[in-house]
Design a protein around this ligand. Sequence first.
Ligand SMILES: *[C@@H]1O[C@H](CO)[C@@H](O)[C@H](O)[C@H]1NC(C)=O
Ligand SMILES: *[C@@H]1O[C@H](CO)[C@@H](O)[C@H](O)[C@H]1NC(C)=O
Ligand SMILES: *[C@@H]1O[C@H](CO)[C@@H](O)[C@H](O)[C@H]1NC(C)=O
Ligand SMILES: *[C@@H]1O[C@H](CO)[C@@H](O)[C@H](O)[C@H]1NC(C)=O
Ligand SMILES: *[C@@H]1O[C@H](CO)[C@@H](O)[C@H](O)[C@H]1NC(C)=O
Ligand SMILES: *[C@@H]1O[C@H](CO)[C@@H](O)[C@H](O)[C@H]1NC(C)=O
Length: 640
Amino acid sequence: MKQFGVHHLLLFAAAILLLPFATPDIASDRAALLGLRSAVGGRVLLWNLSSLTPCQWSGVVCSPENSSVVELHLPGMGLSGKLPSNTITNMTNLQTLSLRYNALSGPLPADIFSSLTSLRNLYLQHNFFSGQIPETLFSLTSLVRVNLAENNFSGPLSPSFNNLTRLGTLYLQNNHFSGPIPDLNLPTLDQFDVSNNNLTGEIPRGLSGKPKSSFAGNSLCGDPLDSCNGKPKKKLSGGAIAGIIIGSVLGFLVLLLLVFCLCRMLARKGVSSKDEGVVKEKELEIPTEKAMESGVGKDSPSSSFAAAMGAREKEKGEGRLLSGGKKGLVFLGKTGWNFDLDDLLRASAEVLGKGTFGTAYKAVMENGLAVAVKRLRDVNMGEKEFREKMEEVGKMDHENLVPLRAYYYNREEKLLVYDYLPMGSLSALLHGNKGGGRTPLNWETRAAIALGTARGISYLHSQGSTISHGNIKSSNILLTKSYEPRVSDFGLAQLAGPTATPNRVAGYRAPEVTDPHRVSQKADVYSFGVLLLELLTGKAPTHSLMNEEGVDLPRWVQSVVREEWTAEVFDLELLRYQNVEEDMVQLLQLAVDCTAQYPDNRPSMMKVVAKIEELSPKTSQYPIGDIVESHGLDSGSTPP
Ligand SMILES: *[C@@H]1O[C@H](CO)[C@@H](O)[C@H](O)[C@H]1NC(C)=O
Ligand SMILES: *[C@@H]1O[C@H](CO)[C@@H](O)[C@H](O)[C@H]1NC(C)=O
Ligand SMILES: *[C@@H]1O[C@H](CO)[C@@H](O)[C@H](O)[C@H]1NC(C)=O
Ligand SMILES: *[C@@H]1O[C@H](CO)[C@@H](O)[C@H](O)[C@H]1NC(C)=O
Ligand SMILES: *[C@@H]1O[C@H](CO)[C@@H](O)[C@H](O)[C@H]1NC(C)=O
Ligand SMILES: *[C@@H]1O[C@H](CO)[C@@H](O)[C@H](O)[C@H]1NC(C)=O
């Protein structure tokens, strides 16, 4: 007890001793903040001036050791007047400067950026700043986000933007910038907007991939806007014809190159085209996520299901494993289906992908019925137990689940038969085919997918306090033609042997989960939270796609949100929708709650459903799914 007191006293003494000798950085940062405070009018910044370090002042964030100011956030504080010189630049360790939505005016002081070499985020949007962008900005090579939109800036856009090699966001819209757009060559530049300025000339090649709206309200031409040549219907000159020929030849070469690259990519994924109509073992190794994502196998010619399975038997030198006969296949519930194992074995089949518990096939029977068949591997369960488990899973009945329709069990082979859903998975929809020919997912659809998925999981959780899904991820959310979500792969986590690790996708796994076969309902909530973040940001979680890295979504979102609670988090495709920001931010908040570090801090799935239902009455109304499809009849793409 006494020791404790002495210890404290020592600490206290140390603190007293240290404070007056606060590091020179923090002292000069403090002076700079005071300089700024006295220069800008508006709402008084309620800072406790008797404290020696500014680290507790609102809007000020210090480094972990409190040795310098690293972030300054004063958004919407009614600040006005000009920024003084010799102040902001003194905060040499500043990483984020946010003065957005104020009434600051005048030119930026020429020295404002000269020492801010660590600056990553600059948010000055929505003020009355005028004049040119100070040249010193272009020496800040750490910059990632620059938002100068909705000001009165003028002058040309400098080609020195190319110095900012890490730039991801450049928002300059609604200013008076003039002259041509420099040829920016910034591979990381993702968010770009120069609309409503006074820019002229041709849009440089490096920016032609940006949306039209990024250039609106200027006198610009060229891709993605109209061509610069005016009327293309006039007679073509000799030069133009030569140009077209050369262009075509080049185009052809590029096409060849593309085809070549595509082939190589496919080969690398192990997706070679099929030999003699037999699905090879190699193909069976495609992980579901990637296969579904790339849509591989969808349009390839089909072999029979027996052949598809036989390929593996032959390689293993085993005999025929499956014996036909009606008794083999056990139907669950009223499916209205009338086929037996032989029909299934004769069905044309293609690999949909390899998932956590085995390979999935699409099998189309002679009568046109398409089903999805999952061939389990490494089942760690006796026959009786297995059959009981399947009956249990078969009873799960909810419009947002992919129902288990039938199963087959013998010692070597276990097959599960499900409805076939032609639209594939949410993962494929979100991350597949980016760039070309992809229909963007609008806000209503995403919100409806979030709600339906939550309802499906909530239903599972309502069946018993120990029942969880255990493997929630976007590749397990399948979609109907009307984009209703159906949760698949439930009830399998306990079946799997030690080698089939459910939820091996680290990006979805709750931090407390150590045994992937025992995933609590609160861990499901975490995974669902990551799924929500994926829907909102359009980004894939860590390891969820094969070749690409993905991001630690909860941490990434939290870091962005800490910097600025705004649009930067959301998928670009969502930003074009007006009047839904409020709902988007609410869903984001819910996702952050679901991904809380400690399970007890996460809401239950029932609460999650209620929260999403609150968002907007129209998102809770589904279009009524068509009955034919829900029974797995894929009238659209089956052969006659
Ligand atoms: C910023 O630093 C300069 C040079 O070190 C100094 O002269 C100036 O007074 C400082 N500004 C403020 C507001 O402390
Ligand atoms: C201001 O800071 C001083 C010194 O840190 C402290 O003693 C005082 O209580 C603070 N005042 C307020 C209103 O927080
Ligand atoms: C830094 O300052 C904050 C707030 O003033 C305080 O809570 C924290 O303990 C300080 N950290 C260090 C390492 O001194
Ligand atoms: C931009 O980079 C070039 C080459 O690295 C350099 O010469 C130039 O000074 C830089 N511009 C600015 C404004 O820092
Ligand atoms: C913006 O700048 C223009 C000149 O470039 C000036 O006429 C106008 O008054 C300025 N507007 C504001 C709100 O400062
Ligand atoms: C646009 O630029 C032209 C010439 O560059 C200038 O005459 C005109 O006033 C500018 N318009 C605006 C709205 O700034």
